[in-house]
Design a protein around this ligand. Sequence first.
Ligand SMILES: [Zn+2]
Length: 291
Amino acid sequence: MKSSSNKKAKIGIIGGSGLYDMDGFSNKRLLKVKTPFGDPSAPLILGEISGAPCAFLARHGNGHTILPQEINVRANIWALKSVGVERLIGVTAVGSLKEELSPRHFVFPDQIFDLTHGRNATFFGNGIVAHTAFHTPFCPDQSKILFDKSQSLAINSHQGGTYLCMQGPLFSTKAESRFYKSLGFSVIGMTAATEAKLAREAEICYSLISLVTDYDCWKDGEEVSADIVTSVMQGNSKNAQRLLVSAIPEIAKRSARCSCPEAMKHAIVTAPKAIPAATKKKLSLIVGKYI
Ligand SMILES: [Zn+2]
């Protein structure tokens, strides 16, 4: 892979570092991005999937060195926006909280319940206040394309459901897992809430391909452990790659009918004159057109 300053990719993918070796991701080159929010998890890998320019980011760093709560999601989203990403696909392993969502199935959630704390989950502050609508946390159009393609590839998949975002890095206790299950949540993971919030503030369409690896630990005899997760994840990864290769051309050519690209239109409540110059400068990539 060679370095490059080429800066155009409409589609972004955030996933495990294994994914960028996928067949069908061609013309790869590295791009190190500096952001006003610090360093992203890794350099971006620019390339093409099915002819569409894409930017890939390894969520936990190359070699998986970054804990969920250590991920600099603001820098990750900023870096992707800076190369032109308008449509972002998160790929992630999840535990299932429902019997029918079996290991190796794909779930395309439509809701989030966020139990994380102490994470930087907004670009705002330091003299600018925004309250962004987040009732529909994933891009519905994009999620539907991913679900439909998944069905056509005969991958066992489920449209909708609530993604519970836990703090981690330890997995749940049985008491926690049974409680979450009793509340009707669908899947559990550690990263998507923060990604979805910051993608929305950056007006990027965001959808999640969640790959079920286990039954968390509510089901006696099938308790989650890291080695089981790793082995099922490898099986899921092939299907995720097939899905990306098939869905990305359609996602690239669709004209947005969703409201994600205008998410911040009415969200900023601070009078433009009151916003400090340094803050304005820092946020120009994200909401420059409004301030
Ligand atoms: Zn959208």
